[in-house]
Design a protein around this ligand. Structure first.
Ligand code: PLP
Length: 388
C-alpha cells in the first residue's frame, strides 16, 4: 500500500459501530471476562486501544516490527539512553538537537554512561571515534541545524561491526520521506510533536525497532511498563488524525521550501543557505539516494548577528518561536533557543553562530512567506545599520 493511503487508513480495526475515526478509549482499566482471561487490555499504562492503533501505524510507516507512543520526543530518546549501562559509551552526531546533548552530558554521565560527538557525515571520523565500549551510534540526518547528511547504510555497517546499535532521530524528514530501518538502522526515534503532529498542538514521541525480539525491544517493553512514559489516549487520537494528512503536508512544505531556499540565496543580506534540496548542497546526492524527499527545514546565515536579531522582531506572518514541522511557519534562533545549552566547543565545530536562523517552512502560500521574509530582512538591515 502507498504510504499516503496507509497514513489515512492506518491499521484501523472497525468497532461494532463501524466508526471511521478511531474512538478515543478513556478507560484507565479493563474488565476481565474471568480468571486468567483478558480482552488484551488490562491496564491503561500498559496498553490502550487508541494508543495501540497509533503504535501499529507508526511501526508500519517506519517498516519496523514494534513501536511505542510516548509523552514526548525526549521521553523516547531517554528510553534509548536508559538501555545503556554504566561504562557504556554513546557516539552522537556533533550537530543535533540541544536537548539530546543535555540528556547525554548532564543526566547520563551521572550513571556512568559517557558520550562523544563526531561529524557523522564523515565516515572516517566515525571509524576513528568509535571504540570497544561504544554501544550506540546516535544520529540526526539532516542534522540540526546545519543540515549535514549522514550515510545511514554505511553508519549501520560501522555500528554493527563494532557491536553497537544505530539509532536515528528521524524527526526532520518523518517516515514519509525517510525510513532508516530499511537502511540498516536498529532504532528510530521521533519528536512526534513536529511533522507527525503537524499542527503545533500536541507533544508526543515515538520509538520504533526493526526487530521486536531484539534485546533493546525487550528492554523498552520493561522500561515503559515500569516507568509509564506513555502517550495518553486523547493525544494518541490527535496524532492519528494528524498523520492522515502527513503526506500531503510534507510534500507541499518541501516544494515551498525549495522556492524559499532559492530566493534566500539571492538576497544580499544572506551569506549562506543550508537546504538539502539545493543541488549544490554537499549531501544532495546521498540525500536523493536514501530519502524520497528533502523536507522543509532551511537554515541560513545573515551578514551580522544584529541583522539576525532585528529580523526576529520584524516578522509579521512567520512566528519567531522554537519547534518545527507544523503548518505554521516558524523561525528559530538556535543559538538562543534550541541549542542555547550546547557546549561552546560543539558550536565552534559545527559553525552554529549568532548569524544563523533556522526556518521551519509551513503550509502557507510561498509568495506570502517570501513577502514576509523580504520585508523583515529589509527592515532588519536598516535597523542594524542605525544601531551600528
Ligand atoms: C530533532 C529533535 N529531536 C527530538 C526533539 C525533542 O522532542 P520533544 O520536544 O517532543 O520532546 C526535538 C525537539 O525540538 C527535535 O527537534
Amino acid at each position: 500500500m502507498n504510504d499516503t493511503t496507509l497514513e489515512i487508513h492506518g491499521c484501523h480495526q472497525f468497532d461494532e459501530a463501524g466508526s471511521i475515526s478511531t474512538p478515543i478509549h478513556l478507560s484507565a482499566t479493563y474488565r476481565h471476562p474471568g480468571f486468567h482471561q483478558s480482552t488484551g487490555y488490562d491496564y491503561g499504562r500498559v496498553a490502550n486501544p487508541t494508543r495501540t492503533e497509533l503504535e501499529q501505524l507508526i511501526a508500519k510507516l517506519e517498516r519496523g516490527e514494534r513501536s511505542w507512543a510516548l509523552s514526548s520526543g525526549m521521553a523516547a530518546i531517554n528510553m534509548v539512553f536508559h538501555t545503556f549501562r554504566p561504562g557504556d559509551h554513546i557516539l552522537l552526531s556533533e550537530d543535533l538537537y540541544g536537548g539530546t546533548v543535555r540528556l547525554a552530558n548532564d543526566i547520563y554521565t551521572r550513571y556512568g554512561v559517557t558520550a562523544d560527538y563526531v561529524d557523522t557525515s564523515d565516515l572516517s571520523a566515525v571509524n576513528d571515534a568509535i571504540h570497544p565500549k561504544t554501544r550506540g551510534l546516535f544520529i540526526e540526518t539532516p542534522s540540526n541545524p546545519m543540515m549535514r547528511i549522514s550515510d545511514i547504510c554505511a553508519l549501520a555497517d560501522i555500528a554493527h561491526k563494532n557491536n553497537a546499535l544505530l539509532i536515528v532521530d528521524n524527526t526532520f524528514l518523518s517516515p514519509h520521506f525517510q525510513k532508516p530501518l530499511t537502511l540498516g538502522a536498529d532504532i528510530v526515534v521521533h519528536s512526534g510533536t513536529k511533522y507527525l503532529c503537524g499542527h503545533n498542538d500536541c507533544i508526543a514521541g515515538f520509538l520504533v525497532v526493526r526487530d521486536a525480539n531484539s534485546a533493546a525491544a525487550k528492554d523498552f517493553e520493561l522500561l515503559i511498563k515500569s516507568e509509564g512514559p506513555n502517550l495518553g489516549p486523547i493525544d494518541s487520537w490527535l496524532m492519528l488524525r494528524s498523520i492522515k494528512t502527513l503526506g500531503i503536508r510534507v510534500e507541499r512544505q518541501a516544494e515551498t521550501s525549495l522556492q524559499i531556499a532559492e530566493w534566500l540565496r539571492k538576497q544580499d543580506a544572506v551569506t549562506d543557505v543550508y537546504y538539502v534540496g539545493l543541488p549544490d548542497h554537499p549531501g544532495y546526492a546521498l540525500q536523493q539516494k536514501q530519502a524520497s524527499g528533502n523536507g522543509s527545514m532551511i537554515s541560513f546565515k545573515v551578514k551580522s548577528a544584529a541583522v539576525a536579531q532585528a529580523l526576529l522582531g520584524e516578522l509579521k506572518l512567520i512566528c519567531f518561536a522554537e519547534s518545527l514541522g507544523g503548518v505554521e511557519s516558524l523561525l528559530t534562533y538556535p543559538i538562543a533557543q534550541t541549542h542555547a545549552e550546547m557546549p561552546k566547543e560543539l558550536l565552534e565545530r559545527t559553525g552554529l553562530d549568532d548569524r544563523l536562523l533556522r526556518f521551519s517552512v509551513g503550509l502557507e502560500d510561498a509568495a506570502d512567506l517570501i513577502a514576509d521574509l523580504d520585508q523583515a530582512l529589509q527592515a532588519a538591515v536598516k535597523q542594524a545599520g542605525k544601531d551600528e
